[in-house]
Design a protein around this ligand. Structure first.
Ligand code: 26Q
Length: 803
């Protein structure tokens, strides 16, 4: 394991008790569980701070090139287990707690995961920070410290209910606030002679958390900003008049900026507060980046050599206009020089293909909120369109499709266009996605600037999703490979390949899976009351609820099984635990309907002895990083069944394959690359490919003809129309009349493929062999490799390990 800092256990105990006294102001006898937890966290944190101080000194001395990662979302997961492992203190901590008669598991329950993101994009940001530190790359992550993270999900009568996630209610021992380092952020106001006078000033207050690397001494930072009202916001005259509520109005308005994460993972149309959040993040981050640059550099000549800024989707793209504003208005640079610097600084990662998910803002809103930025965007567009005119003389169609400003039906700023124009590099997140971006969504840009387009396939942290989540499998792999170092060099998983043919190893592998399913069953029972059978196949679909991801298709298979079992057609069926996890945007009616259907179908199968001999269904509420750590290790089958051409990459597909689940999936996102690597024989492929899906739509898709042609499909849809007294008839109607995501067209192929899955499961030893090969061949999907790809293709960052 990692170097353990050579701290003897009694020293850890002394430090813990000292923190209990000095930081919590209490004694062992009167300490609450919360006191102990906080003291423990601080004791672990102290050791990481010592490492951080050394890293910072090394960075200061070498003045290296830095990567700054800008993201509106981070899903970090619990900090305690990670920091215990990375600091190498887990044994000392365990021994010290034992001596004090305390239960480590109970304390871990008190550790709250910061849920500052929605889904894949936010978790990717966390995996990338983990990998940057592990690869010794100088980096800082910038984000927003939302008071309320992603809502907590429960179900009432099968319907999703949202509750606020007040994740810092008892305080957050992992962060360091720096109220003395606030940055002013302007809003509204007017522009005269190119000079902006804002009407409202809000202060950005940073706090940082430590981001340690695994198996290295490097500790980087994530800096999160919260909004504070300036002292001037308090309205003394109103207060003097006894109008206390109004006196604090402006304070509340300012501090609302970092109040809550928008719980939508695709489109949340034109909300002013959302744009304020984006501008707030970008302004604070850029000021901080410039300040750090100036610690060791003067002038602007070295800026693009020392600084590279990665934009996680379009959410932070206002940074392009803000850096121009700083360079022009505050630093007095001329346009051409400023633009050269901006263009040499930013790189943009796109995470979608859905045109409706491409962010745009009404010109009228940007003009009012950020008048100078709007002027600068017009100027950027003016220069850009001149370049387009030169490349395509007289081609007004080109101008219209490339312009940063959309004209119809209302004037809007297209953030993806601003990003491509303002960046040195643009990347998609899987091979197929990058190709489709070039051919469809961003095609005119790829034609104009082909050299600007890249692919960097996503990856996941093997520490979070193997070492922390699946200690049993990690232990088994380490015993086979002889050491733990594969966790920082995941290609070494290939050394497992021969073990797939070793029957004793297969038995051990199967035992690990079974033990993990037992843990999951215990949890599922506690939170849903559903009793899962630990010997049944764990068939999991964990991701945000979205129509394009087709959780509905998953439910339709279960309904098909219901009918087959009731008819007595049970030959070829194997017992399954169908597990769902995922949240829906609170306003996404169609997704919430599908959740209600899933819960209704779960009640049918779980409440019927004949059915539950073959299928039980658990919808685990409040899916988050901690939930992922529990579900993924137990999974046998990974459902990756989006309509081809819609899922940019997917990352649960990678986490599941690494933990030995076999995939049933379409040729979408990174599924394509997973299949290429694990081998077609070890992957259950079905359905239309992206080209066929487009062609079918173009030919005029009529879902009703699929319904008419397939009696088993008819039976399934009729069941949806009548379940719960017809409460979910809309789901069936929508399938028959619209079926935007071609569910009916893929139904038969999916059912047949699931029949193959069941058949394969019957030969458990052959299944285990495939499971081992899936893990052994998925080393490519480490976020360490992702970060090395960015480093080589886009950032050009050298590693700076500690001396
Ligand atoms: C935008 C505007 C207004 C409100 C919210 C948003 C918003 C918020 C979050 C838009 C998109 C997101 C998140 C998107 C996301 O998670 N995309 C996923 O990114 C993963 C990492 O690259 C991919 O693996 C998934 O395929 C992709 O869906």
């Amino acid at each position: 394991t990692v170097a353990n800092d050579g701290v003897p256990a009694d020293e850890f105990e002394t430090d813990l008790l000292r923190n209990l006294a000095h930081q919590r102001g209490t004694t062992r006898q009167s300490a609450s569980a919360q006191d102990i937890y906080q003291a423990l966290a601080l004791t672990v944190r102290d050791r990481l701070v010592d490492r951080y101080v050394k890293t910072a000194a090394t960075y200061y001395e070498t003045n290296p090139r830095f990567v700054y990662y800008l993201s509106a979302e981070y899903m970090l997961g619990k900090q305690l287990p990670q920091n215990l492992l990375y600091s190498g203190l887990q044994n000392q901590a365990r021994d010290a707690l034992e001596k004090l008669g305390l239960d480590p598991a109970e304390l871990e329950d008190l550790d709250v995961e910061p849920g500052l993101g929605n889904g894949g994009l936010g978790r990717l940001a966390a995996c990338i920070l983990d990998a940057l530190a592990t690869e010794d790359i100088p980096a800082v992550g910038y984000g927003i410290r939302y008071d309320l993270g992603i809502f907590k999900q429960t179900f009432e009568d099968g319907a999703q209910v949202e509750r606020p996630d007040d994740w810092t209610f008892y305080g957050n021992p992992w962060e360091f606030a720096a109220p003395d380092d606030q940055q002013p952020v302007g809003f509204y106001g007017k522009v005269e002679d190119g000079k902006w006078t804002p009407d409202e000033i809000v202060l950005g207050e940073p706090s940082h958390m430590l981001v340690p690397g695994y198996g290295t001494q490097t500790v980087n930072l994530i800096r999160l900003w919260r909004a504070r009202a300036s002292r001037a916001s308090f309205d003394l005259s109103r207060f003097g008049e006894g109008r206390y509520g109004e006196a604090v109005d402006a304070i509340v308005r300012s501090e609302n900026i970092s109040k809550v994460l928008y719980p939508d993972d695709s489109t949340e149309l034109g909300r002013e507060l959302r744009l304020k959040q984006q501008h707030f993040l970008v302004t604070c981050a850029l000021r901080d980046i410039v300040r750090r640059y100036r610690l060791r550099n003067t002038g602007w000549d070295a800026f693009t050599e020392k600084v590279t800024i990665q934009l996680n989707d379009t959410h932070p793209v206002m940074a392009v206009a803000e850096l121009m504003r700083v360079l022009l208005d505050e630093e007095g640079l001329d346009w051409d020089r400023a633009w050269l610097i901006v263009r040499g600084t930013f790189a943009y990662t796109c995470h979608t293909l859905l045109p409706e998910a491409l962010e745009t803002w009404p010109v009228a809103l940007v003009e009012r909120l950020l008048p100078r930025h709007m002027e600068i965007i017009y100027l950027i567009n003016f220069h850009f369109l001149q370049e387009v005119e030169q490349a395509y003389p007289g081609d007004t169609g080109r101008l219209r499709e490339l312009s940063i400003i959309q004209e119809e039906p209302e004037r809007r700023v297209r953030m993806a266009h601003l990003a491509v124009v303002g960046a040195k590099a643009v990347n998609g997140v899987a091979e197929l996605h990058s190709k489709l971006l070039r051919e469809t969504t961003l095609r005119p840009f790829a034609e104009l600037w082909p050299e600007r387009f890249h692919n960097v396939t996503n990856g996941v942290s093997p520490r979070r999703f193997m070492l922390i989540a699946n200690p049993r499998l990690t232990g088994l792999i380490s015993s086979r490979l002889g050491d733990h170092d594969w966790l920082r060099d995941l290609d070494r998983l290939s050394e497992l390949e021969p073990a797939a043919d070793d029957s004793a190893f297969r038995d051990q592998w199967r035992e690990v899976k079974r033990a993990n399913r037992r843990d999951l069953a215990r949890y599922a029972r506690a939170v849903t009351g559903v009793a899962l059978d630990p010997d049944a196949m764990a068939d999991v679909m964990i991701k945000r609820f979205h129509e394009y991801k087709r959780q509905l298709l998953r439910v339709m298979h279960v309904i098909t099984l219901i009918h087959r079992i009731r008819r007595g057609e049970t030959a070829g069926l194997v017992p399954r635990s169908v597990i769902f996890g995922g949240k829906a945007a609170p306003g996404y009616y169609a997704a919430k309907r599908i959740m209600r259907l899933a819960n209704a179908v779960a009640d049918v199968v779980n409440g019927d002895q004949q059915l539950s001999a073959y299928v039980r269904m658990a919808f685990l509420p409040n899916y988050n990083v901690s939930g992922a750590e529990l579900i993924i290790p137990a999974a046998d089958l990974s459902e990756q069944i989006s309509l081809a051409g819609k899922e940019a990459s997917g990352t649960s597909n990678m986490k599941l394959a690494l933990n030995g689940a076999l995939t049933i999936g379409t040729l979408d996102g990174a599924n394509v690359e997973i299949r290429d690597r694990v081998g077609a024989d070890n992957f259950f492929l079905f359905g239309l490919d992206a080209g066929q899906a487009v062609a079918l739509k173009q030919a005029g898709y009529r879902p009703r003809s699929w319904y008419e042609a397939d009696w088993e499909l008819r039976e399934t849809i009729d069941f949806i129309a009548t379940i719960d007294g017809g409460a979910l008839r809309e789901v069936a109607d929508d399938l028959l009349n619209r079926d935007e995501y071609l569910t009916l067209a893929d139904y038969r192929a999916y059912i047949e493929c699931q029949d193959e899955v069941a058949h394969a499961w019957e030969d458990r030893d052959a299944w285990t062999r495939m499971s081992i090969l899936n893990a052994a061949r998925s080393g490519f999907f480490s976020a360490d490799r992702t970060v090395r790809d960015y480093g080589r293709e886009i950032w050009h960052t050298p590693a700076v390990p500690e001396a």
